[in-house]
Ligand binder design. Structure first.
Ligand SMILES: [Zn+2]
Length: 248
């Protein structure tokens, strides 16, 4: 399953994350010309994010659902799918490098300062997140089925933007208030829910689980360091009635 998605996305060869002066190039490690004497294991460099839909029996799925369900219980959130994100190698490497640096600096184990946090953001008006779900069947909600399509939006979509490029200051909502946009992450998903799609029509939402490197374990972590963050999962869910709705 992931292989076919991988191929589809790689073939498109679109990179929405780079600004004008940055260019992704195809990794030499994928070249067949590589010397047979190379001792390095051939690891495929990921250029664009791959989403792998977790099976409901997957331990990751179960633990994520547990934490999410308890905290959003009062709003009756219904998880439609949980996607494991394999982010572009470039982002993973920058994150790992920063983690190593902080391990030395803080004299702590990485697990002590790498926190699983939630991050809510909006998808664009035309972005139906259910298209990412394989064999999606509308449940009791009554919404029609949607055709499977793993293509991300090209622009102006918070969910697709973060899924492809990681958390970026340019997506942060504090844009107009601060010179350097700050990114917010919450331990409690009900806090992040307030940043997701809202309104009567936007019952389908996306929320990320992000590894955030931060010295202290806090309920809200605010950072401007993009490399301190790495999205790990995308939860696609529906909330029939959104208590945060301002449009009703
Ligand atoms: Zn989108």
């Amino acid at each position: 399953m992931s292989q076919s998605i991988n191929e589809t996305i790689l073939r498109e060869n679109v990179n929405p994350c780079t600004s004008s002066n940055q260019q992704f190039t195809v990794s030499p490690s994928t070249s067949t010309k590589k010397s047979i004497f190379s001792r390095k294991p051939q690891s495929q460099k990921i250029l664009t994010t791959q989403m792998i839909q977790l099976d409901e029996s997957d331990p990751d799925y179960i633990s994520i659902k547990e934490g999410f369900g308890i905290n959003l219980n009062s709003t009756r959130a219904n998880i439609l799918a949980i996607m494991k994100l394999q982010m572009p190698t470039k982002l993973e490497k920058a994150h790992e490098k920063y983690k190593k640096k902080m391990t030395k600096k803080l004299g702590m184990d990485a697990e002590e300062f790498t926190h699983k946090m939630h991050h809510g953001t909006k998808s664009s008006a035309g972005c139906d997140l259910r298209r990412f779900i394989m064999n999606f069947e509308a449940g009791e909600s009554g919404f029609g089925n949607v055709e499977y399509d793993p293509t991300f939006c090209k622009e102006n979509c918070g969910v697709c933007g973060i899924a492809q490029c990681g958390n970026k200051r340019k997506y942060a909502r504090t844009k107009s208030l601060f010179k350097r946009n700050r990114m917010w992450f919450a331990k409690d998903p009900s806090v992040s829910l307030g940043f997701c799609n809202y309104g009567y029509k936007d019952t389908i939402k996306g929320m990320f689980i992000v590894d955030v490197i931060h010295k202290r374990d806090e309920h809200i972590i605010i950072t401007t360091k993009e490399r301190a963050t790495l999205p790990r999962y995308l939860i696609i869910f529906e909330v029939p009635v959104n208590p945060f709705s301002y449009e009703d």
